[in-house]
Design a protein around this ligand. Structure first.
Ligand code: SGN
Ligand code: CA
Length: 544
């Protein structure tokens, strides 16, 4: 009897110690999506579609209204997340295919040194596997973008495997599998890297057509003429001209065929859409090119074929052109985009329920963020890259029970160089001096340091492909935006955000702004020097 009592006491103390350790070192989950616009989230004010599970994280924790990125594109955002550094310091400037330098320090290594088990599951897109992870299962095909259906993953040993199913569901399943096999006596850190909502926006089968009844209001700058903004005139990312009917909006698309499919089979399927049209063999083979569509199995392809077949027929009957066609494309874009986001939000719900049912919710920090912002028709665009708001800002909601007061809304400026320092701070680890950001945990606790930054430095590089956005650098404050474009287009832009929140009127040449522009230029120079961006300093010092 005595022995049993002692054993129970021992167990009790053991559990208490583990709990105390976990309080000190809470588990951290970062659900990190791709191209999911903050304006697509109901917690951020979208009232046409609901994202109940992202909203739940915000409601039970904090929502950041001014969370910016330093270089609005996929790989560079992930490299900044891992290193806490700008692109010019971590060497990952664009999606050009160069592998990330794996010799440099990434914050999960510090988590590991402090007893954490670490995992990254899903989309990573860095062309090499970084250090600092105990478990990796990341999307492998299409240059790391992966496929929506039946995707291939690569693990920490560089073994690739193909799986059956829809990518977002699989990523959640892999997370659960890892959770079951991890050591429960250690705290964990996991990145759940979503492929959603990346182009070409393929929803899971139950979500096909989920928003067909909604007529989405056209942004009032949808037909922006880009007056006074030469770089905006040069870009190649409009819904009107760049977005493709077949490859993006799936009009006349044939699903589940690939290079090996018999041409007669393709011809037969096409007859349904184009009964009077004759196709050359080359054209037929082109239908088997886009791998996101060829990876569907027979059952998935049949569901997609049925849904988009109907839409194609209706589209063909309407014979749209000009502005009507652009408006129609906008509707279809948003319907696919939001349906893909819906498949993701449901999976976020699965993750939250799992944490509830395993008792982990109380000592696990849950973050939902996207790698950058995205245009949903503002300026007539899709994609990202520009320093303008919709791509510069990105969603960030965080739940930290007992530490962050539910319903907190944060207006302070933070950026993705601050993410690594913040996550380290949550784990009780000091930020190494080489990182360029600072922890915003005090802000989340509503104890903002008096000297917290009031402006953000930005530098974008990738050019000209794929969307012809001129490389630029700039500074964003609460009231102003100053930009220097330096390749393709050379020149300055300046926006008064109090009068022009949509950033439509470049007033760089208006005399009354000369004093504030001069002030911002000198601040921009300070930031360039502070972040040690040598190339930017040369650009800044070169007169135009
Ligand atoms: C692909 C897309 C682009 C997108 C980039 C980068 N084209 O190239 O539209 O900007 O990825 O996206 S697609 O026709 O292949 O879909 S990122 O999120 O990885 O940075
Ligand atoms: Ca992205």
């Amino acid at each position: 009897m005595k022995k049993i009592k002692l054993l129970l006491l021992g167990l009790f103390i053991g559990t208490a110690i583990i709990n105390a350790q976990h309080q000190q070192h809470p588990n951290i989950i970062l659900i990190f999506s791709d191209d999911h616009a903050y304006q697509a989230i109901s917690a951020y004010g979208n009232n046409l579609v609901q994202t109940p599970h992202i909203d739940r994280i915000a409601k039970e924790g904090a929502l950041l209204e001014n969370n910016f990125v330093t270089n609005s594109i996929c790989g560079p955002s992930r490299a900044t997340l891992l290193t806490g550094k700008y692109s010019h310091k971590n060497g990952y400037y664009d999606n050009g295919g160069t592998p990330i330098n794996t010799a440099q320090l990434v914050f999960p290594q510090l988590l590991q040194q402090n007893g954490y088990q670490t995992a990254w599951i899903g989309k990573m897109h860095l062309n090499a596997l970084p250090k600092g992870f105990n478990y990796l299962n990341v999307l492998a095909s299409a240059g790391g973008q992966g496929h929506y259906f039946n995707p291939t993953f690569v693990n920490i040993n560089n073994d690739t495997s193909a799986y059956k199913g829809y990518v977002t569901n699989l990523i959640t399943d892999f997370f659960f599998e890892w959770m079951e096999q991890r050591d429960p006596n250690k705290p964990f850190f996991a990145v759940i890297g979503e492929k959603a909502t990346h182009r070409s926006w393929l929803p899971d089968l139950p979500d096909l057509g989920a928003y067909d009844a909604i007529d989405f209001p056209l942004p009032d700058d949808f037909f922006d003429n880009y007056e006074s903004r030469p770089a905006a005139q040069q870009q190649d990312m409009t819904i009107d001209k760049t977005m493709r009917l077949k490859e993006d909006l799936k009009i006349g698309q044939i699903f589940g065929i690939n290079r090996n499919t018999d041409l007669n089979e393709i011809r037969k399927r096409l007859k349904e859409y184009y009964p009077n049209k004759k196709f050359t063999d080359k054209e037929l083979r082109n239908f088997a090119r886009n791998s996101d569509y060829s990876s569907l199995d027979a059952e998935q392809a049949a569901a997609y074929q049925k849904y988009y077949g109907e839409i194609t027929k209706k589209f063909e009957a309407q014979k749209l052109n000009g502005k009507d066609l652009a408006k129609w494309k906008f509707q279809r874009y948003l319907k696919d985009y939001y349906a893909t986001a819906r498949s993701m939000d449901r999976n976020i719900g699965r993750i939250l329920s799992y944490l509830d049912s395993t008792g982990l919710s109380k000592n696990t920090v849950v973050i939902y963020a996207s790698d950058q912002g995205f245009y949903l028709g503002e300026h007539g665009w899709f994609d990202k890259r520009f320093i303008y708001d919709q791509s510069l800002k990105t969603a960030f909601v965080i739940r930290y029970p007992g530490v962050i007061k539910p319903g907190t809304r944060i207006k302070e400026f933070v950026s993705n160089v601050d993410w690594a320092p913040t996550l380290l701070d949550i784990a009780g680890i000091k930020t190494p001096s080489e990182m360029q950001g600072a922890s915003f945990l005090p802000i989340l606790k509503q104890q903002t340091p008096h000297n917290w930054k009031k402006d953000i430095y930005y530098h974008y590089y990738e050019y000209p492909q794929p969307h012809h956005v001129s490389p630029h650098l700039g500074i964003r404050t609460k009231d102003y935006l100053l930009i220097r474009f330096y390749k393709g287009v050379e020149g300055w832009e300046f926006f008064d955000l109090k009068k022009d929140p949509k950033q439509l009127h470049n007033v760089y040449n208006q005399k009354e702004y000369a004093p504030i522009i001069a002030q911002l230029k000198s601040r921009l120079k300070e930031l360039i020097i502070h972040y040690d961006d040598k190339e930017a300093l040369d650009i800044f010092n070169t007169p135009i």
